[in-house]
Write a protein that binds this ligand. Structure first.
Ligand SMILES: *Cc1c(COP(=O)(O)O)cnc(C)c1O
Length: 364
């Protein structure tokens, strides 16, 4: 049995007709930039996340740059970011002239914590980026309490997750989402959003995504041209009502792995009390990760090692390491980068697929 790493196609099939109808109507309406579909999606996303404001932007990377700029961050400022994450988390900070300073993560949740952030703080630290990695909500309230610094929640992988009933996207001072096709809520192209409960921040974000202008006449900031497309918003509005069902499917898939005995072959992460993960990816570890990946590939299972070269070892980040001048020992990051095995997971993942993955691991 071939088991794909993602299955973005099957969950969309029952929605195909509805999507085509709504896209046709949006084409007929002829408003392609910041029209009624974007406005309605922003309201629906804000309601789903449980915050006052959502603002659609071009992608999840721009969302991070715009969120940081809205917090007043710029050249000379430092922002603490994890090293074990997708490159965009740090790139978006560097792109606005600020310095990303890398920190380690907790080995069980793979997320930053108050303990791992502390050594990266300095007098120029203006904010902390906490990634809800692989869909596991980071323990952001504890980080906010510990340092009194604003937390930007990179929730690109976590729509549908929650921590003690508070949804990912509502945990930080401001949060960012990506609707890249393989994310938990994936559009048919690039897209992103920023969520916050702070009305002033939301207004700055709205101006920044439109060239730094509120009225298209006066330009207050050097901003961005980064808007969620009307057609993407039209599609995302059809998909959003299904996000909980899809996340339930992902959680059932992870339970199927556990029931199938995955823990006998790989080391599984931990879900802290109060956390409901959205499982964008299901990632286990093994000391011989690449050998396990080869074994899985031979059996038709599409597994993959993620972020094998963590961000503090990426060539483009070298000048930022030098600039921050902080000592950089990130042992948990280095270990996880070497040992992680991301396994297939999707909203329609089955017990039979879990059995096939476990059988492939057992066949050594
Ligand atoms: C996907 C992703 C991003 C970037 O999103 P894009 O829409 O591709 O720009 C940022 N951070 C994390 C953690 C991501 O997974």
């Amino acid at each position: 049995m071939t088991v794909p790493l993602f299955d973005t196609k099957t969950p969309l099939e029952p929605l195909r007709e509805a999507i085509l109808e709504r896209v046709a109507a949006a084409i007929d309406a002829g408003r392609f930039i910041l029209g009624p579909e974007v406005a309605a999606f922003e309201r629906e996303l804000a309601d789903y996340v449980g915050v006052g404001h959502a603002v659609g932007v071009g992608n999840g990377t721009d969302a991070l740059s715009i969120a940081a700029r809205a917090l007043g961050i710029g050249p000379g400022d430092e922002v603490v970011v994890p090293s074990f994450t997708f490159y965009a988390t740090a790139e978006a900070i560097a792109a606005i002239g600020a310095t990303p300073v890398f920190c380690d993560i907790d080995p069980d949740t793979r997320n930053v914590t108050a303990e791992t952030v502390a050594p990266a703080l300095g007098p120029r630290t203006k904010a902390i980026v906490a990634v809800d990695l692989f869909g596991m909500p980071a323990e952001i309230p504890a980080i906010r309490d510990a340092f009194g610094l604003p937390v930007i929640e990179d929730a690109a992988q976590a729509l549908g997750a929650s921590l003690y009933g508070v949804k990912a996207g509502a945990l930080g001072d401001i949060a960012t989402f990506s609707f890249y096709p393989s994310k938990n809520l994936g559009g048919f192209g690039d897209g992103g959003a920023i969520t916050t409960d702070d009305g002033e921040l939301a207004e700055r974000v709205r101006a920044l995504r439109f060239h730094g202008s509120r009225d298209k006449q006066t330009f207050e900031y050097v901003g961005f041209n980064s808007r969620l497309d009307e057609l993407q918003a039209t599609i995302l509005r059809v998909l959003l009502p299904h996000i909980d069902t899809w996340c339930d499917g992902r959680r059932a898939g992870v339970q199927a792995y556990i029931d199938a005995g995955l823990g006998e072959h790989l080391t599984l992460g931990a879900t802290p009390e109060g956390a409901t993960p959205a499982w964008h990816l299901y990632v286990a570890t093994h000391a011989e990760a690449d050998a396990k990946l080869a074994q899985l590939a031979a059996a038709g299972v599409q597994a993959r090692g993620y972020y094998r070269l963590p961000l503090h070892r990426q060539p483009a980040m070298a000048p930022y390491l030098a600039r921050s001048g902080r000592a950089l020992e990130l042992p948990v990051t280095d270990e996880l980068a070497r040992t992680n095995v991301a396994l297939p997971i999707s909203p329609v993942f089955t017990r039979a697929q879990a059995d096939a993955v476990v059988a492939a691991l057992a066949s050594a």
